[in-house]
Ligand binder design. Structure first.
Ligand SMILES: [Zn+2]
Length: 103
């Protein structure tokens, strides 16, 4: 395993008593998952795939984010087509009443 990833997983392990097997699976997944899976991660889906407890996995991903393994970015999904809505100004630039979907 990449030593940088390994040291960050060690930070996660020190911060919270996650099962070591779950940490190993996360490390293996980060190293082997296709980039499109790593770009936008759904921890609940990951929990289901790993047959792991959802709350534990959400905690795991939050701790992994604090350790620098992931970056947490809030975004808005179009309620009509499910596409990710992005704006140059970020979420603060979104108007509550404006429609964004061009489909
Ligand atoms: Zn849309």
């Amino acid at each position: 395993m990449n030593t940088n990833l390994e040291s960050r997983l060690e930070l996660v392990a020190q911060a919270h008593a996650f099962p070591s097997r779950l940490l190993e699976r996360l490390g293996q997944w980060v190293e082997t998952a296709p980039e499109e899976r790593l770009y936008r991660i759904n921890p609940l889906l990951w929990a289901a795939e790993q047959q792991a407890d959802e709350n534990l996995v959400v905690d795991l991903f939050l701790h992994a984010t604090m350790a620098g393994i992931f970056a947490l970015v809030w975004s808005v999904l179009c309620t009509q087509c499910g596409m990710l809505i992005t704006t140059p100004g970020g979420l603060r630039a979104l108007a509550h009443t404006q429609r964004y979907c061009k489909l």
